[in-house]
Structure formats: C-alpha cells, structure tokens
Design a protein around this ligand. Structure first.
Ligand code: PGA
Length: 256
C-alpha cells in the first residue's frame, strides 16, 4: 500500500488568526482516519497556535527555513532546536525562494541539513531547475549537482529521514505545472542517483515530492506516476477546501 506525503507550504501567507480559522475548518472536515502523511509549513509566528489546535490529529507541522547555528547573535533567525521545541517535526530546506531571494547555496543547504538531522528535525530538501536551465538542456546537470552538494557527507542512515522535493522553478506559483511525465522523468533521475550513491533499498524507499502549481485538477495524474510519492503544495494549500480535496485524492488512490 502506498502512503502518500501531502504537504502545504504557506510561504508568507495567513496571519495567526487566519491560521487558527483554517485549522478549525480543517479539523471539522475530519482528519482522524487519514493514512497519508500530512504536513503544514506555516509562517513561524503561527507554529505554536497550529500545534495546539491540531494536537490530537495526525497532521504534522514544520518550519519553512532555519538557521544553521543553535543560537546566537543572528537577529531575525530561528534555530532547528527552537522549531523542535515548538512542536515541529519537519523543516523545509533550500526552497527555491530561499535560494533566489536570500542567496542560499548548496553548501548552506548542506550545513542546515546536518543541523536539522542532528536535532531530529526531518528535512524536506527542495531542488529544481530554472526555466533557462531547462531550455538549455541543463536540467539533469543542475539536479544532480544540487543533490551531490546538498547531500555531501550525509550517511545512509541519515538519508532515511530525508525527503526530497523536486520543484521546477518555472512551475512555482506560475500556474505552469510540469506535465506528469516531465516530473516523473526527473523523479526517476533523482531516485536512480540515490540508488547509485547509497543503495537500491534506500533509493526505493526514498520519498520524492513534486511541487510547482500542484492543485486539485492535477493532483491525481501527478500522484499516479511511479516515482512521485507526494506533493509540496503552495497556493492550493492556503484554501482549506482545496488542500483537503487533494488529501482525499491521495487517500482514494491509496485505498482503491
Ligand atoms: P505553488 O508553490 O504550489 O504555489 O506553485 C509550490 C512551492 O513553492 O512549494
């Protein structure tokens, strides 16, 4: 039986009060019997409220970004330990918006990744190519480089706690979703790379999410691809009905 992973990346959207309202409506829909892994990544300021409201549900919560140090004079930053203490289980690392607007490099992604693992926060690492890289036929090179540098010195045991999200940058927030077969091609590439670098077993069990304009209308066709294990959803995860509907699509695929 396939257990999907459906995650919502809210980015800088929904205030604390809007988050509380979302969670109330989300709970009422019924979350108890969900078999997929569900994770929400709200703005950090809403984490404690969300943790409290969703406490007795299977929904897990994560941070959108973390600092590589535990504490210190880094105004405005939040450490991995602080996310854990607030009730988070997951952390997004290396989202393309962090890479683009905050100059995050593969090296920094690797440092954050190690820190997250050390503190038992499960990392979801985002990788993906820009439109010009795709058009220049460089997609594979870009992806393999992001994997190689991002996962430098990560052991096989540690890899067991890591999730990879393939998010083609040209598809994020643009309404342009990668076609299921386009996404599958890169998911297959990622899985093979992990099989080669680690082991057949690890590659087989690795969870690889697709992100980039995933929505109700395309969720099923994406999730049916053999190497797509779940979705990292931006815009569509902000609407409780859409997010819940996508979860139901995953549940139906699992149970039928
Ligand atoms: P989107 O964002 O679904 O709004 O394209 C996805 C993401 O950036 O994780």
């Amino acid at each position: 039986m396939r257990k999907y992973f459906i995650a919502g990346n809210w980015k800088m959207n929904h205030s604390v009060s809007e988050t509380v309202e979302f969670c109330r409506q989300f709970r009422v829909k019924g979350l108890k019997n969900i078999s997929s892994d569900i994770v929400l990544f709200p703005p950090s300021i809403s984490i404690t409220s969300m943790v409290k409201i969703l406490e007795d549900t299977p929904v897990k919560i994560g941070g959108q970004n973390m600092h590589k140090e535990s504490n210190g004079a880094f105004t405005g930053e939040i450490s991995s330990e602080m996310f854990v203490d607030s009730g988070c289980d997951y952390i997004l690392i290396g989202h393309s918006e962090r890479r683009q607007y905050f100059n995050e490099t593969n090296e920094l992604v690797n440092q954050k990744l190690k820190k997250a693992l050390e503190t038992k926060l499960k990392p979801v690492i985002c990788i993906g190519e820009k439109l010009e890289e795709r058009e220049a036929g460089k997609t594979e090179d870009v992806i393999l480089k992001q994997l190689k540098k991002g996962l430098k010195d990560i052991t096989e045991a540690e890899m067991g706690n890591i999730i990879i999200a393939y998010e083609p940058i040209w598809a994020i927030g643009t309404g342009l979703t990668a076609k299921p077969e386009q996404a599958q091609e890169i998911h297959g590439l990622i899985r093979n790379a992990i099989k080669n670098d680690y082991s057949e077993h690890l590659g087989k069990n690795l969870r690889i999410l697709y992100g980039g304009s995933a929505k109700v209308q395309n969720a099923k066709s994406l999730l049916l691809e053999k190497d797509i294990d779940g979705l990292l959803i931006g815009g569509a995860s902000l609407k409780v009905n859409d997010f819940y509907e996508i979860i139901q699509i995953a549940e139906n695929l699992t149970n039928n």
